[in-house]
Design a protein around this ligand. Sequence first.
Ligand code: TYM
Length: 329
Amino acid sequence: MAERILTGIKPTGQLTLGNYIGVLKNLKETTSRGESFIFIADLHALTLPIEPEVLRQNSINLACIYLAAGMNREKAVLFLQSEVSAHAELNAIMQNYLYMGELSRMTQFKDKSAKMKENAIGLGLFAYPVLMACDIVLYNATTIPVGEDQIQHVELTRDLVKRFNNRYGDLLQMPKYEVRKVGARIMSLSDPTVKMSKSDPKGDIFLLDDLAVVRKKIMSAVTDMGCEVKYDEENKPGISNLLTIYAALKGVSIEEAEKTFEGSRYGDFKKAVADVACEELGAFQERYHYFLDNKIYEEVLREGAKKANEESQKVLKKVKQAVGLLTVN
Ligand code: TYM
């Protein structure tokens, strides 16, 4: 089967440089390799409390972000998850084929629920990977470009596919994840031992941050003892993270980046990282505003929902029949 690419992002909070480097920077290339399904995971956004207006606006922003990232509009279908009802329908079926034990071992669930009171943890947060597996199998996706934190969820999807196919015949496509060699896990600038997520305004660079703010955040990023610009995750997590950001944005290897900064002082190195980030994000923001101001996302999403609905019905029908649901028309 030809390669089919699928990925999604939750429209929660502001997207970060981590999201950008992990998935978006490569989107032009990944969506040019084959037929692609790219979506706004708005049902997933409901797994933690969010204001309705904020969610709606975030979804528009995310559509423009995908477009600004250079998604191949000839080959990729862009849609809102909630506009394609097959996701929720398949979820109702597949929740019976993944088990409580498996779901409670998911790191993301453990992290997110750790600080919550038990009676405030929604069932949706727990069952999140079931819906994510449905997102993937509905489109016969072969390749799932993600950051490192989503690998476990794709692995679980593979377990589901194996289990389901064993029982009902070779029906679902086996997917595999694809992570970037450099930049699969961008760390926080204020604490380089934790992942850059959408929740720490000091340690995160937001894609839509003013460029002066981007520069300031990079210049005040936490660095390490010593003065050598060298990649050493254990002893120099701050410098290693900045080297990763530089290398990923420039499209060079870590070794090449290290060579460029041999003998440089931390301050000069940070300035070079800030220059690259501002250049990249400046151009990105211009494209973003073009798609937003001209409301180009509306037609793209409408068309995308139509195609995604058509496509996803094929797998949904097969699954319904396989598990024994009776159809009368
Ligand atoms: P989300 O919205 O948390 O993140 C979107 C994508 O960005 C990657 N990412 C990072 N990559 C590198 N460094 C970081 N610091 C960093 N932070 C985030 C994530 O790994 C992700 O690829 N569950 C998904 C959304 C989803 C999905 C899917 C993805 C729903 N269904 C089906 C793929 C296929 C999520 O919450 O991503």
